[in-house]
Design a protein around this ligand. Structure first.
Ligand SMILES: [Zn+2]
Length: 272
């Protein structure tokens, strides 16, 4: 069977999991995308049925999120940065506007940073939060739809809300992941290819409510940046508003796909 017919077979009768679960899927979407993995070597798994609309139009975001994670990851892994350079060039070609949000030309003085007992020199670069609002948060919300489906077998529904916030490598290095995340998310998952373990490129912790109507995920990309995402029914958002007092709120619909909520108790971005 050819690749295309195999693909058709794998999504036949399934619905897109990124726009509410009622639109017929015609493609498979990789979440996280191939480009998030070094040299685009991605293990099999975490591929999800998607409609053409939800599958297309996100590749720019994929590239931007990958660049963001890889810039940070090079520092912690002491890599040569060739793959990151390709990503930087790609983003500069496709979305040059992104660099108005990252003050890459004005880094801080060099800082000594301790990575697992290995001292490295790094620079602090300031990032405008518009980078998250415009590109990284919608990308993270889409990833959350994939994680939710993978762990519950359900698509995020039109009455669910997805809340996302990023933890930069600066936050993770100097403050660490908040204890509330580490203690409340009892399960861990990564990806493998044969014996090769990809958890230093992508892994996540998660917790689900007993009824599987509420879930939280903490994903780490390239061992350096994190995303905290929560899937919650809309009626619980305000009830848990004081607990989930972070992040930006998204919803999905068959009509509009994945959309930022323009109003609501926590529709605005609150840094941790
Ligand atoms: Zn869709």
């Amino acid at each position: 069977m050819g690749r295309k017919s195999k693909l058709r077979k794998s999504v036949v009768g399934k619905s897109c999991i990124f726009c509410g679960g009622s639109v017929a899927a015609t493609t498979l979407e990789h979440a996280p995308p191939k480009v998030m993995f070094e040299d685009k070597i991605r293990p099999i798994g975490h591929e999800f049925p998607a409609c053409a609309r939800c599958n297309n139009g996100m590749s720019s975001l994929d590239q931007i999120a990958a660049m963001f994670a890889h810039i940070s990851g090079d520092l912690s892994k002491g890599r040569d940065g060739r793959f990151t350079e390709r990503l930087l060039r790609g983003v500069a070609n496709n979305n040059p506007d992104v660099f108005n949000y990252i003050d890459i030309l004005n880094p801080s003085k060099p800082l000594k940073i301790d990575f697992d007992g290995r001292e490295q020199e790094g620079y602090r670069v300031s990032v405008n939060r518009g980078l998250f609002r415009k590109w990284l948060n919608p990308w993270a919300a889409k990833q959350a739809c994939g994680l939710w489906y993978f762990e519950t077998g359900k698509a995020v529904s039109e009455t669910d809300r997805v809340i996302v916030t990023w933890l930069t490598n600066d936050q993770l290095i100097f403050e660490g992941a908040p204890d509330s995340i580490l203690t409340n998310l009892p399960n861990a998952r990564g990806m493998h290819m044969g014996r090769r373990d990809f958890h230093r490129q992508f892994s996540y912790l998660f917790g689900l409510s007993n009824d599987h109507d509420f879930g939280a995920f903490f994903s780490v990309y390239q061992d350096s940046v994190g995303v905290l995402s929560v899937v919650v029914p809309d009626h619980m958002v305000s009830r848990y508003g004081s607990i989930i007092s972070f992040g930006e709120l998204y919803r999905v619909s068959a009509r509009d796909g994945l959309q930022r909520c323009l109003s609501g108790p926590i529709a605005e971005f609150f840094p941790l």
